[in-house]
Design a protein around this ligand. Sequence first.
Ligand SMILES: Nc1ncnc2c1ncn2[C@@H]1O[C@H](COP(=O)(O)OP(=O)(O)OP(=O)(O)O)[C@@H](O)[C@H]1O
Length: 222
Amino acid sequence: MGNQKGKIIILSGPSGVGKGSVNRELEKDKSLHLKYSVSMTTRAARPGEVDGVNYFFVDRDTFEDAIQHGELIEYAEFIGNYYGTPRNFINEEVAKGKNVILEIEIKGATQVLQREDPESLVSIFLMPPSLAKLEERLRKRGTEGDDVIKQRLDKALIEIPLKHRYKYIIENDSVENAVAKIKDVLLKEGTLDLAPSESYYAKTRLKVEAIILDRYKFIINN
Ligand SMILES: Nc1ncnc2c1ncn2[C@@H]1O[C@H](COP(=O)(O)OP(=O)(O)OP(=O)(O)O)[C@@H](O)[C@H]1O
């Protein structure tokens, strides 16, 4: 990778759109050389979540102390809980030339978009295929009750129109497609060591060309 400094990759979108699911797939691909920022939150850990890996789970006093001391690059209070991103880790990794992924909700992402140098950012807004699908995903996940799901859907209606603040808008139709499209974004941004012919776009174009050739070869040949 030729770049001196790394980039901050913002992956944002409404609750339930699939930020975590997409991120987990990206993480499996070691060739992407991505670093994951671990957020701090006052929300309770979900089953299977590990402190220091998925989040730093802290109480409100500890979180408010971190705000006071300027230790967070962004933070937001979201339906009764604080979420924030510790600044130290990001600065160190970016200075080393690493790309750091921030999986953050809209308010936090807005703070980073407003405060950080746009040259140091790659911002991605993950879109649900429809509001009905978003609701279905939240319900199927089964981690929130009806009231919280309704709050999150109401919030999504305010958040989705903000998507144009981001450099890239990517639909999470399937996790596999979303990951492929994000890899193309990273390739375009020069943060991936990958031949352009390996991109999702290039491969899709080849497939489409093959289909056209197959369907129309009679016409072409005659
Ligand atoms: N492309 C997809 N197709 C179908 N289901 C999906 C897709 N992406 C994610 N899901 C499912 O939707 C639910 C929400 O996904 P996930 O928890 O990753 O969302 P999130 O954006 O990280 O939410 P939050 O911001 O609330 O943490 C999960 O149950 C997940 O399995």
